[in-house]
Design a protein around this ligand. Structure first.
Ligand code: GLN
Length: 498
């Protein structure tokens, strides 16, 4: 049988609608692939218990039961299409542990809004959650209590992070597509390291209800896919207002697949000089320049601009993100969810000691570092000096973008200053690791949408990603430019040899 796991969702939808295949065939191709290679790639969190538990009873009906009553204005039918989900997105009855010991065994009793929408569209939620850095803290998926995911293009390299499992399973055809979350680059950076498409939607475009919070003012859920059409299709399903998320915005959801029909003649693209510094990796620079030339040849025009507050983005991000994280993670105390220190009744003298021991054993090193840093930043006397000032600089960073978007349709940059690095290379040096996100975090600080698309390979065969950023709620512009580029290249069709 054809290896259906290698296809995109839109290709599978075609085949399902012509009744050439059934969705249980897709699932069995995925299982076969996962069995064959996941012990090497480790894209999934708990692969050993998950393989047999696909919701098979539902599969038979998915085969013939095409969706009715779908929203008239856009394509949202995903009947029978499997999808893999990052371990920080709640799915009813499935382990959702943020790859942290402190959430060991947590099975939420409800679906995140994105999961609910996927189920309503007929998608099949994979029982295996994808690996991630603990609580999405990281850029390499090395901070997971389940061990590191590996880059399918080179197993000695990291897949990026924190959604490294989602990006790797898509790149390695262990999934058709996946959901990730992006607080400072966690969808786009792993997508670029693994040669797939990753979109961080505008803040407020996709409901965060049921996403276990890292930094609530920055987090967004978004698609990781094999091509742009799948990204648009998945956005058609997951985008939209949700009364359960007070920051979700109530404006119309377009049919994102319609943006793929438009060309890019006359589109004005800005190149911010801060994203192309002297020290930029020369291979990354050449590959990005080639991509820029390709877009020029399709009628887009480019101009250099400046986003002058870019240099503060990393510092501002690590103040705001750790402050919010320390507050969000306060709820993990051994009482309500997941892990509690063993034999607490006999081994701890009181409640406070139970909290301390549980948190001491349950959180990994990076989580502790961030909780301590965030607590410090929010403490009396430092709040004004750090947190409040960071909020002000955040506004300046956002205003830089507002200013550029007055004259341009979008901005193009590298997604990451380097291709995938070696496993272990940066674990000893958190600051070096933090710098991996230098090109992605400004989009989160500003709330704007940004996509990473495959745009070439280094001589050693590692993928490089091109980042496109646009005005708030203008994901359509991203799809339009990205699709025009994808149409004229073959990068998205390349597969790692595994
Ligand atoms: N790598 C960044 C961090 O460690 C971003 C993570 C993310 O987007 N979740 O915070």
């Amino acid at each position: 049988m054809m290896e259906l796991n290698k296809l995109t969702a839109h290709e599978l939808i075609e085949k399902l609608s012509r009744e050439e295949i059934t969705s249980d065939q897709i699932v069995s191709c995925l299982n076969k692939r996962i069995n064959a290679i996941d012990s090497e790639v480790k894209a999934y969190a708990r692969v050993e218990d998950g393989l047999t538990s696909w919701p098979v009873n539902q599969l038979a009906s998915y085969n013939n039961n095409r969706q009715t009553g779908k929203p008239a204005n856009r394509q949202t039918d995903l009947q029978g299409i499997p999808i893999s989900i990052k371990d920080n997105i709640c799915a009813d009855g499935l382990n959702t542990e943020c790859c942290s010991k402190i959430l060991e065994g947590f099975k939420p009793p409800y679906d995140a809004t994105v999961i609910k929408r996927l189920k309503e569209a007929g998608a099949i939620i994979s029982p295996l959650k994808t690996n991630m850095d603990e609580f999405a803290f990281g850029s390499s998926t090395e901070n997971s209590c389940f061990g590191s995911t590996r880059n399918p293009w080179n197993l000695e390299c990291v897949p990026g992070g924190s959604s490294g499992g989602s990006a790797a399973c898509v790149a390695a055809d262990e999934a058709i597509w996946a959901l990730g979350s992006d607080t400072g680059g966690s969808i786009r950076q792993p997508a670029s390291f693994c040669g797939v498409v990753g979109l961080k939607p505008t803040y407020g475009r996709v409901s965060r209800y049921g996403l276990i919070a890292f930094a609530s003012s920055l987090d967004q859920i978004g698609p990781i896919t094999k091509d742009i059409r799948d990204s648009a299709l998945l956005m058609n399903v997951i985008a939209g207002h949700d009364p359960n998320d007070s920051t979700s915005v109530n404006i119309d959801i377009p049919d994102y697949t319609k943006s793929l029909e438009m060309d890019i003649k006359g589109i004005k693209i800005a190149l911010p000089k801060e994203y192309f510094p002297e020290g930029l990796d020369p291979e990354v620079k050449d590959i990005i320049n080639e991509a820029i030339n390709k877009l020029k040849s399709q009628g887009a025009s480019f101009e250099n601009v400046s986003l002058p507050h870019t240099e503060y983005a990393v510092e501002v991000y690590y103040i705001i993100a750790t402050a919010e994280a320390s507050s969000n993670l306060a709820r993990f105390d051994g009482v309500q969810y997941g892990f509690r220190v063993q034999d607490a009744r006999n081994k701890t003298r009181n409640l406070i000691e139970m909290y301390k021991k549980t948190r001491g054993e349950g959180f990994g090193e990076e989580a502790k570092r961030r909780i301590i840093l965030g607590t410090f930043i929010l403490s009396h006397g430092y709040y004004d000096a750090y947190y409040l000032r960071a909020l002000k600089v955040r506004t300046l960073i956002k205003q830089d973008f507002d200013h550029v978007f007055k004259g341009f349709d979008c901005i193009v940059t590298p997604t990451s200053p380097t291709p995938a690095f070696k496993i272990g290379e940066k674990v000893e040096d958190p600051l070096k690791m933090y710098l991996s996100d230098i090109y992605t975090i400004s989009a989160n600080l500003s709330g704007i949408p940004a996509i990473s698309i495959p745009c070439g390979f280094t001589k050693k065969g590692l993928p490089v990603g091109l980042q496109i950023l646009a005005k708030p709620f203008n994901e359509e512009m991203l799809f339009r430019v990205a699709y025009a580029y994808e149409q004229s290249t073959e990068w998205h069709k390349m597969k790692p040899k595994l």
